[in-house]
Design a protein around this ligand. Structure first.
Ligand SMILES: NC(=O)c1ccc[n+]([C@@H]2O[C@H](COP(=O)([O-])OP(=O)(O)OC[C@H]3O[C@@H](n4cnc5c(N)ncnc54)[C@H](OP(=O)(O)O)[C@@H]3O)[C@@H](O)[C@H]2O)c1
Length: 260
C-alpha cells in the first residue's frame, strides 16, 4: 500500500508550503485545517504533481477533533509522514483576564491535538514500514514569553515532548523531528494580533517556503531538532548562557509592542 503524508494546518502559511514540497515528490497527501475552501483550492493547484489528494476539514480546537481526524485519515491508508503544523497564538498579557477562548484553543491545537496525532501515528507507523513525524515548534520554545505566555509554554511542551519521544524511538524506523522557526512570513502575526511588536522591527521574517524546505529536509534526514537560520540558532542557544530571569526580561522587551 502506498504511503500518505498527513499535514495539519495545510490551508495556508507553512502548512501549504509543506504540501507543495510533498507534492513535488509525488506523494499522496491528506490536507487538513478548518478552511475547506482553501484546502480544496490548494488540492486543485497540486493536482498533476502530487499523487492522490484527500481533503479532510477538521477543527483541532474541538476536544474530539484530532481523534476524528485520525480515524478518517488512517482508515485504509498507511500514513508514512505526519506534519503536525497547525498552530496559533495570542498576543496580550495573560493576567489581564482577556482572551481565554483563544488561549484554550492554543493549548488544545498546539499541544493536545499534536500529542494525540503523534500518539496515534507512532504505533501505526511501527506496525507498517516506519515513518517520519515533523512537529512544528518555534524559537519561542526556548524561553518564557511575557505577552505570549501560553504560546511560548505550548511550544516548550512541543519541543520537550518531541525530544523525549525521539529518544524513546531510538533504533526504530520511526523518526520524530521538532522544527523551530523564528519569525516567518505567514498570516500568523495577523491572527495573533502581533503587529507592532519589537521583534518584527529587528529582523525581516523568513519566507515560509525557505522555512518549510529546511524543516522538510531535516525531517527526512532523521534529525531530532532543527532551528532555522543563524540568528535563530543564536536566540535558541543564548538562554543556556544567561540567567533565566534576564532571558525572560529581554523576551518581554522583544515581544512587547513598540510605544507601549
Ligand atoms: N509564522 C511564524 O512566525 C512562526 C514562527 C514559529 C513557529 N510557527 C508555527 O508554525 C505553524 C504554522 O503557522 P503559520 O505561521 O503557517 O501560521 P498561519 O499562516 O496562521 O497558519 C496556521 C494554520 O493552522 C490552522 N489552524 C489554526 N487553528 C486551527 C484549528 N482550530 N483547527 C485546525 N487547524 C487550525 C490554520 O487553518 P484554518 O484557519 O483553516 O483552520 C492554518 O492552516 C504553527 O504551529 C506556528 O506556531 C510560526
Amino acid at each position: 500500500m502506498a504511503g500518505w503524508t498527513l499535514i495539519t494546518g495545510a490551508s495556508e502559511g507553512l502548512g501549504a508550503e509543506f504540501a507543495r514540497l510533498a507534492a513535488a515528490e509525488g506523494r499522496n497527501l491528506i490536507l487538513t485545517a478548518r478552511s475547506e475552501d482553501k484546502l480544496r483550492a490548494l488540492a486543485e493547484a497540486l493536482r498533476g504533481c502530487a499523487g492522490e489528494i484527500a481533503v479532510i476539514p477538521a477543527d483541532l480546537a474541538d476536544p474530539a477533533g484530532a481523534q476524528h481526524l485520525w480515524q478518517k485519515a488512517a482508515i485504509g491508508r498507511r500514513i508514512e509522514i505526519l506534519v503536525n503544523n497547525a498552530g496559533l497564538g495570542r498576543h496580550g498579557a495573560f493576567g489581564n483576564g482577556e482572551g481565554w477562548d483563544r488561549e484554550l484553543a492554543t493549548i488544545t491545537v498546539n499541544m493536545t491535538a499534536l500529542s494525540l496525532l503523534m500518539k496515534m501515528a507512532i504505533p501505526h507507523m511501527r506496525a507498517e514500514r516506519g515513518g517520519h513525524i515533523l512537529n512544528v515548534a518555534s524559537t519561542a520554545a526556548f524561553m518564557p514569553g511575557p505577552n505570549m505566555a501560553v504560546y511560548h509554554a505550548s511550544k516548550a511542551y512541543v519541543l520537550s515532548l518531541t525530544e523525549a519521544v525521539a529518544e524513546e524511538l531510538r533504533g526504530t524506523d520511526v523518526h520524530v523531528c521538532a522544527l523551530c522557526p523564528g519569525a516567518t512570513q505567514t498570516s500568523f502575526f495577523d491572527a495573533a494580533d502581533m503587529h507592532g511588536i519589537t521583534l518584527l522591527s529587528l529582523a525581516r521574517p523568513a519566507s515560509a517556503e525557505a522555512v518549510a524546505r529546511a524543516g522538510w529536509h531535516a525531517m527526512k534526514a532523521g534529525h531530532r531538532l532543527h532551528v532555522t537560520g543563524a540568528m535563530n540558532k543564536l536566540f535558541a542557544f543564548a538562554p543556556r548562557l544567561t540567567p533565566r530571569g534576564l532571558t525572560t526580561f529581554i523576551t518581554a522587551k522583544v515581544m512587547g509592542k513598540q510605544g507601549r
